[in-house]
Design a protein around this ligand. Structure first.
Ligand code: ADP
Ligand code: MG
Length: 318
């Protein structure tokens, strides 16, 4: 099922967010999100990929208005979020939720699982019986047994804790879910389970989901469309098949090549050299532009594209 073409649940235009550089560094402010236009439709999972520091979490938080944008607007289910009073925003909160990377730090250590999951129902004015029924329902949805309801977060495995985090987000029947690197803190064996759970949920609930990951292979499993973020901008956007089978932007190709580029790489000098080559190649391709559709459903932020460049590009041939 592809949500593209449906009425968007959330859409943002020209979003920008700067952060001051660390005090005393003398550096210019960081443009964490630098002019992003994006939408997510009902029933659609939009994958947001890019290396660490590219602005993914900032964008996810802006879309939920957990952060205030410097400029730009966000429309959620037809209402302009950016101009909304805090009272109205609070009423909408149950409909837009987030799942965080680290389930343990995201769950209140002093609350039992039933309290954690039930917390988001407090605004829903349900009776005790209905509340318990809804918590039980959502527990089943995320594949947990009732016997964990009385436990505290530290008594849960990583996979269980993340399922609780997902249950907490889903209990209020949101229409929009941001999943911010929901697998990255988990053991490899558990990652596959949680990824499958996202696949299941996508089929059962008609959610609009922004699924954030630095790992393109993860996103490939769940996303209908993919947005590639580089230095605060979306540089490529298209259907999953378009982006994976015919990546147009040098940065997307670099990510797909699995050559380390980030600060976490063990070969820092190599990663720096790769980045420099990327910058050189981008300079050769001309000035930065907005995203433009170069094929139906496939957009790239380049003024010229080398359609006939053999893949993988030179960068990847080390
Ligand atoms: P990602 O999620 O892709 O790793 P982030 O959105 O977390 O990227 O960060 C994008 C950039 O904004 C980074 O340079 C980061 O250091 C900076 N940044 C993010 N949040 C803050 C903050 N609260 N204060 C200052 N800088 C921030
Ligand atoms: Mg992040």
């Amino acid at each position: 099922m592809n949500g593209d073409g449906q009425q968007p649940i959330v859409s943002a235009s020209n979003l920008r967010k700067k952060f001051a550089a660390p005090w005393g560094s003398g550096s210019a402010p960081v443009k964490a999100v630098d002019g992003v236009n994006i939408h997510v439709a009902r029933g659609e999972t939009l994958g947001l990929v890019g290396e660490s520091g590219s602005g993914k979490s900032t964008l996810g938080r802006l879309l939920l208005r957990l952060l205030e944008p410097d400029t730009g607007s966000i429309v959620f289910e037809g209402s302009n979020l950016t101009r909304m009073s805090s009272w109205r925003l609070r009423r909408l909160r149950p409909r837009m939720q987030i799942v965080f990377q680290n389930p343990y730090s995201a769950l209140n250590p002093r609350m039992r699982v039933h309290q954690i999951i039930g917390f988001n129902l407090s605004a829903a004015r349900l009776s005790g019986v209905n509340r318990r029924a809804r918590v039980a329902e959502v527990l089943k949805l995320v594949g947990l047994d009732r016997d964990i309801l009385g436990r505290y977060p530290h008594q849960l495995s990583g996979g269980q804790a993340q399922r609780v985090g997902i249950a907490r987000a889903l209990v209020s029947s949101p229409t929009f879910l941001v999943a911010d690197e929901p697998l990255s803190a988990l053991d490899l064996s558990v990652q596959a389970e949680i990824l499958n759970l996202f696949g299941d949920l996508q089929e059962r609930l008609n959610l609009a989901c922004l699924f954030i990951s630095h790992n393109l292979q993860v996103v490939r499993h769940v996303a209908h469309r993919v947005a590639v973020m580089y230095e605060g901008r979306i540089v490529e956007l298209g259907s999953r098949d378009a982006v994976y089978e015919d990546p147009l932007h040098p940065y997307t190709r670099l990510l797909l090549s699995a050559i380390p580029t980030g600060a976490r790489s063990s070969d820092i000098a190599g990663a720096r050299a790769t980045r420099q080559r990327l910058k050189d190649e981008l300079r050769e391709l001309g000035p930065e532009t907005d995203l433009r559709e170069v094929r139906p459903g496939h957009s790239v932020a380049l003024s010229s594209i080398r359609v006939d460049t053999p893949r993988p590009i030179a960068l990847a041939q080390e």
